[in-house]
Ligand binder design. Structure first.
Ligand code: HXC
Ligand code: NAP
Length: 289
């Protein structure tokens, strides 16, 4: 079992808002932030899911958790999220833009609405939250930290998830752009690009049914395993904490080497069995003469 990496109370006195905090990776990060002493606000569309997660985390950590229903595509709902967070905890210090929408599909099968639904959740939703919280921090002169959860295909692009790739690429660009522009207000922006971390939300939409076996992600990863949620939570907690106070505009990949494995021209040679290498070596030496 992977252990928590940060010092006890590393986030004590901070208020963290996590979008998509009721499920999957958002829940794992939220739970660890609360364990480290943070006041926690979790938000997404489904209030019943959020309430259940909030009680579960409170029971585990003994720290307060506020659940707020909010569709991040709607700016008015995001403004209410900020207001409710401030009225509960007095101040907000950290925003984790984790909520996302995605599904696997050949691009030519997508309707215009399907394409824009994903863009609206991932890119517009992240922009709505960042803008709303950023204006508040700047007006109140509060030092703050934003963490955006992207993906490795934000930098490589990927077929079959094109709206998501386009939107995550935009979020990564926003991360770097605002790191530069809002650094002067003491607002840091960073991103994490996770590789495969099994969650119900992602696996139901990306690897439904037989796809999960046919396309087992761990075979694509040099470390031959998928990620553990606590590994991601450890990195996220560090990046939002004051320990990472001089890290601004960075994206950290946590994927066991997956995307480099796919990029390196000769990495497919892994399929060559050991006994064949003697033959290959002698052929090359012979050709050298
Ligand atoms: C084609 C589809 C579709 C599919 C929906 N649509 N599913 N088109 N193939 N499988 C179309 C609909 O027909 C509709 O278009 C449009 O998309 C919007 O669909 P709605 O159901 O009305 O949207 P909404 O209720 O807003 O739900 C959004 C959603 C849904 C994205 C479609 O899946 C969702 O709520 N997702 C949230 C959670 C999530 O996606 N988690 C995974 C994140 S994983 P028309 O034209 O008919 O109106 C992730 C991992 C990356 O990002 C990397 C992993 C390794
Ligand atoms: P998940 O459990 O499905 O998380 C997505 C969350 O977003 C849900 O809690 C969902 O809650 C929320 N959400 C969706 N639309 C929303 C909206 N319009 N407004 C507010 N909240 C909304 O999937 P996950 O795997 O944990 O993904 C979390 C993040 O990690 C995403 O950014 C994803 O792209 C990223 N990621 C995951 C992986 C992986 O392997 N799992 C890899 C790379 C990147 P509601 O339905 O209640 O709204």
């Amino acid at each position: 079992m992977i252990k928590g990496a940060l010092k006890e109370d590393a986030l004590r006195g901070k208020t963290v808002v996590v979008t998509g905090g009721g499920t999957g990776l958002g829940k794992a990060m939220s739970s660890y932030f609360s364990e480290l002493g943070a006041n926690l606000v979790i938000t997404s569309r489904k209030i019943d899911v959020l309430e259940e997660t909030a009680r579960e985390i409170e029971n585990k950590t003994g720290n307060q958790v506020l659940a707020v229903a909010c569709d991040i595509r709607e700016i008015g709902q995001v403004e209410q999220l900020l207001e409710r967070s401030i009225s509960k905890f007095g101040q907000v210090d950290i925003l984790v833009n984790n909520a996302a929408g995605n599904f696997i599909s050949p691009t030519e099968r997508l309707s215009a609405n399907a394409f824009s639904t994903v863009i609206d959740i991932v890119l517009k939703g992240t922009a709505n939250c960042t803008l709303t919280f950023g204006k508040y921090w700047i007006a109140q002169k509060i030092p703050a930290s934003v963490l955006n959860i992207v993906t490795t295909y934000a930098f490589t692009g990927s077929g079959y998830v094109v709206p998501s790739a386009v939107a995550k690429g935009g979020v990564l660009t926003m991360t770097r752009s605002l790191a530069a522009e809002w650094g002067k207000y003491n607002i840091r922006h960073n991103a994490i690009a996770p590789g495969p971390f099994p969650t119900k939300g992602a696996w139901d939409r990306l690897l439904p049914g037989e796809l999960a076996e046919k396309f087992d992600f761990k075979n694509r990863v040099p470390l031959k395993r998928v990620g553990d949620h606590q590994e991601l939570a450890n990195l996220a907690a560090f990046l939002v904490s004051d320990f990472a106070g001089y890290i601004n505009g960075e994206v950290i990949t946590i994927d066991g080497g997956e995307w480099l494995q796919g990029a390196g021209q000769m990495n497919g040679m892994e399929a060559v069995p050991d006994e064949m290498w003697d033959m290959i070596e002698s052929t090359i030496r012979k050709n050298n003469k």
